[in-house]
Design a binder for this molecule. Structure first.
Ligand code: PGA
Ligand code: ZN
Length: 425
């Protein structure tokens, strides 16, 4: 049968994410029987400039329900996209943006819009019998270095550690598969260290599967991680990454950051980072300053000499990236599809980053489902780095397992980004 590749139906429903909060799942049906399905992720430590996630409010699910977003898919989006060619991703996304009509997708909800956008890409790939990563890019071949988030703090954990994520980068592995083996060895050593130092209750994990021990000091968290790496025997193959998520320790009224009981100015916080870099081989820092501290990002990028990743700072927004990259603020983009709300705009954001000599790190949200979509997307855009938590919770494991499949499928053409994670080729 010759396919028309036309969207013939849409379905949507409220499902649950890994925190038990509702989120949107969308089905795009092509030629009456080809299904593309996608789940929408949700953040907790969100930036002020993210596309708007529509929640119901009221009492159900503590106001977190998404029945309005689901209804918007069924009542408004469906009639507008049925009949469109599913392979016309850009035209589809533009129609969704126009239908919404607001700058931040607040009318229909970015969660409604993104669900349709991602499900369409998957339906198109399925219809064409192509893996999604190849549908996104026929030159897809780079397997990312996983940024394994093993100690959780900030808004992702119930401890008093201010920085949100303490990660290892197995840059010295030869393959993605080996990177996970190294990661697992370190994780198990870390578990033993944490139980030994803080008791077994401290081995409970935070939102992204990292441990959340009762630590306050950044250096204490890093020392534990360094010790675990040492004991694993993989010291030579590992560097470190932090997500400071500094928007959430910044007070716009005093213009200060709160860290370990002190109030710090931008310059003082920069000084704190410089001292850290003298002790630890940290290769990457995400949001070391708050989302509007351009001065901090410029100085940090110039003076720290490592990868400075903008998460809340760029919000995966091509315009923000263009403006801020010009100033030399940040040298890598944290790429989260739901910060912008359509696949095409997210692809624009990645391209904008590459054109400005920036790295791109593809990222999950802390609220994920078992949908492994970003595993295909990270290979699809040859980004070279992925951040999707620790490999001990199924919503994270789903991404790692999909990457293992992709590495196998690509065979000899697969290249593990390794030391070149920022610019893989
Ligand atoms: P979020 O956190 O998904 O809760 O926003 C992830 C991050 O800050 O990188
Ligand atoms: Zn972040």
């Amino acid at each position: 049968m010759v396919l028309s590749l036309k969207i013939t139906d849409l379905a949507a429903r409220e499902i649950l994410d890994c925190r038990g909060n509702p989120t949107v799942q969308v089905d795009v049906i092509v030629d009456n029987d080809i299904l593309g399905r996608a789940d929408v992720p949700a953040g907790r430590s969100t930036g002020a400039n993210e596309a708007h996630e529509l929640r119901d409010g009221g009492e159900r699910f503590q106001g977190m329900g998404v029945t309005k977003a689901v209804e918007n898919v069924l009542k408004e989006i469906k009639p507008a996209v049925v009949g469109m060619k599913v392979t016309e991703q850009r035209a589809l996304d533009q129609r969704l943006i126009a239908l919404d009509g607001t700058p931040n997708k607040s009318r229909l909800g970015a969660n409604a819009i993104l669900g349709v956008s991602l499900a369409a890409a998957r339906a198109a790939a399925t219809a064409l019998k192509t893996p999604l990563y190849k549908y996104v890019n026929l030159n897809a071949h780079v397997l990312p270095v996983p940024l394994l988030n093993y100690i959780n703090g900030g808004e992702h954990a119930s401890n008093d550690l201010e920085f949100q994520e303490f990660c290892i980068f197995p840059v010295g592995a030869q393959t993605f598969k080996e990177a996970l083996e190294i990661g697992s060895a370190v994780y198990e050593e870390l578990r033993a260290i944490i139980i030994d130092k803080y008791g077994k209750i401290a081995a409970n994990v935070g939102d992204e599967g990292g441990f959340a021990p009762p630590i306050v000091k950044v250096r204490e968290a890093l020392d534990n991680l360094v010790l675990a790496v040492k004991r694993s025997g993989f010291e030579e193959k590992i560097v470190y990454g932090l997500d400071c998520a500094a928007t959430h320790i910044y007070d716009p009224e005093t213009n200060k950051y709160t860290l370990e009981g002190e109030e710090l100015s931008t310059d003082e916080l920069l000084g704190f980072y410089k001292e850290l870099l003298k002790t630890y081989p940290i290769a990457s820092m995400e949001d070391p300053f708050s989302e509007d501290d351009i001065d901090g990002f410029v100085k940090g990028t110039q003076e720290l000499g490592i990868q400075i990743v903008g998460d809340d700072f760029f919000c995966t927004d091509p315009d923000r990236i263009r403006e801020r990259a010009k100033l030399g603020a940040g040298n890598a983009l944290l790429w989260k599809v739901n910060q912008i709300g359509t696949l095409s705009e997210a692809l624009d954001a990645a391209e904008m980053a590459y054109r400005n000599n920036m790295g791109v790190m593809v990222s999950e949200r802390s609220g994920e489902t078992e949908d492994p979509m970003i595993a295909d997307l990270v290979v699809g855009i040859n980004a070279g780095q992925i951040k999707t938590g620790a490999q001990v919770r199924s919503e994270r494991v789903a991404k790692y397992n999909r990457l293992l499949q992709i590495e196998e499928e690509l065979g000899d053409t697969a290249v593990y980004a390794g030391q070149n994670f920022k610019i893989p080729f």
